[in-house]
Write a protein that binds this ligand. Structure first.
Ligand code: EPZ
Length: 426
């Protein structure tokens, strides 16, 4: 149980390089199950969710090796089992992304319901209904989902909501189905485009990712490929917010600026200077933010994964800001922790109302989930005095060397391992 120790009040200044996107990399690893030979995936972020996915693939029988910094080699030809094991599946919601690829390859999958961050009810009905439309039989027995389809058949699928995970699972499953699948009201997130590019490199016939209609024509088999993961727009966005929150000046490099348009517009509304170049975004801020209203929406709207981080920044706005969460039902679990640091945030249904205070003060707080943890890091950087943040395991699921990156820009941030704190106490 490591903690982050943050002494606030220092402006962040410098450059931060963006790693590969966890939320694409996890799916590329899962999709490599369908390859007929070794895949080499590069620009892989060093986050614990990726380790969990690699362990899951190994548990199925794949050979997975780290072949260099940020490079993972997956040999799926040795996979023998289509029953992902309980503890790994419960550990991470994204483990459900092996469902479509395993079904396409083996015709039958048995897996427990997935776990993940506690950010509200997270059913998988859209994944299962889509697979049923493609001819799969779905049943539930003793907490397990069993999906059988000796041969998936292309179908027209209309998603009730543009679910990222359902779009990805159905797109993957359709690659080896007979005939053509059309997914309407598909998610348009950039990660879906990255996955389409990966699958096309494997030999799949897919068009339309990035729009709300994706067309997949099944092929007999897929090949293998080398592929570099797209940049992580959520990590990049978190550092952009941290720059504004500390009234600093940071250039986040290695990004696709267009992926960050919704955030850039909101930061500019608060009074920050946001300068985009070809593959970087510079954010500079010298004052308390002007109050704004933020509503999370599917891409290209404001990302739900940056809702908590921007809320932390707005705790010191000059007036009242509102944040409306439209994607998940329980994504305000950071509010009580921010209150310990002196923030005034009330929640009314799906909306958090933030009455700006002059400053936050350091406190001992706990990260309740991944992005809430990122929000508390930002709050700690802004606060007067020292903040001790427990629950860092959540943060390390999705942020690559967060303390090192912040420290390189002048932040006073340290990851204190459990053994170090025990020794200090003796
Ligand atoms: C992905 O989750 C991301 N996770 C999330 O990031 C992200 O917040 C989310 O997309 C939205 O952008 C990964 O990529 C691993 P959804 P996913 O299916 O695919 C409901 C992070 O912090 N829904 O688009 O699970 C669901 O309950 C994580 O990195 C159904 O009702 O999101 C939610 O309210 C957290 N039935 C909404 O749709 C379904 O079958 C959006 O979920 C599926 C989803």
């Amino acid at each position: 149980m490591d903690t982050l120790r943050i002494v606030g009040g220092r402006e962040l200044r410098g450059r931060i390089v963006t790693p590969g996107a966890k939320n694409s990399c996890l799916k590329l690893l899962a999709m490599s199950i369908m390859a007929s030979d070794e895949c080499v995936i590069s620009n892989v972020p060093q986050v614990t969710d990726v380790d969990t996915m690699c362990k899951l693939l190994e548990a199925l029988g794949a050979k997975v090796s780290n072949t260099g910094p940020g490079e993972v080699r997956v040999d799926p030809t040795t996979i023998v089992s289509a029953d992902p094991p309980d503890p790994l599946v419960r550990k991470m919601r994204a483990s459900v992304q092996v469902l479509g690829p395993l079904l396409a390859r083996f015709g039958e999958v048995k897996m427990p319901f997935p776990g993940g961050c506690a950010i509200g009810s997270r059913p998988i009905d859209l994944h299962l209904r889509g697979l049923s439309a493609m001819g799969a039989q779905v049943s539930e027995e003793h907490g397990y989902i069993i999906v059988r389809a000796p041969r998936l058949v292309g179908a027209e699928i209309h998603l009730d909501f543009p679910s990222v995970g359902a779009t990805e699972n159905l797109m993957a499953a359709a690659c080896l189905a007979s005939g053509t699948t059309i997914i309407r009201n598909a998610a348009r997130e950039p990660e879906i485009v990255d996955e389409q590019n990966f699958l096309v490199r494997l030999g799949a016939d897919i068009r339309g990712a990035g729009t709300d209609t994706i067309k997949v024509t099944g092929v007999k088999s897929l090949g293998s490929t080398n592929y570099s993961v797209m940049p992580d727009r959520i990590q990049a966005g978190t550092y952009m917010i941290a720059a504004a929150a500390t009234r600093g000046d940071v250039t986040v490099t290695g990004v696709v600026p267009e992926h960050l348009d919704a955030l850039a517009a909101k930061l500019a509304e608060t009074g920050a200077a946001v300068i985009c170049s070809e593959d970087s975004v510079r954010v500079a801020m010298g004052d308390r933010p002007v109050p704004i209203a933020v509503k999370s929406m599917p891409y290209p709207g404001f990302p739900t994964d940056l809702q908590a981080p921007i809320a932390a920044y707005l705790t010191v706005c000059r007036g009242t800001s509102t944040i409306t969460e439209n994607i998940f039902s329980n994504r305000f679990r950071y509010v009580d922790e921010l209150a310990r640091m002196g923030a005034h945030v009330g929640v009314d249904g799906r909306t958090a109302i933030i009455r700006g205070v002059n400053e936050l003060t350091g406190a001992r707080v706990v990260a309740p989930d991944l992005r809430a943890g990122a929000a508390l890091v930002i709050a700690g950087l802004m606060a007067r005095g020292e903040t001790t943040l427990d629950g860092t395991a959540h943060i390390l699921r999705g942020y690559d060397d967060v303390h090192g990156k912040l420290a390189s820009c002048g932040g006073d941030v340290e990851l204190v391992s459990d053994s170090a704190s025990a020794a200090a106490a003796e």
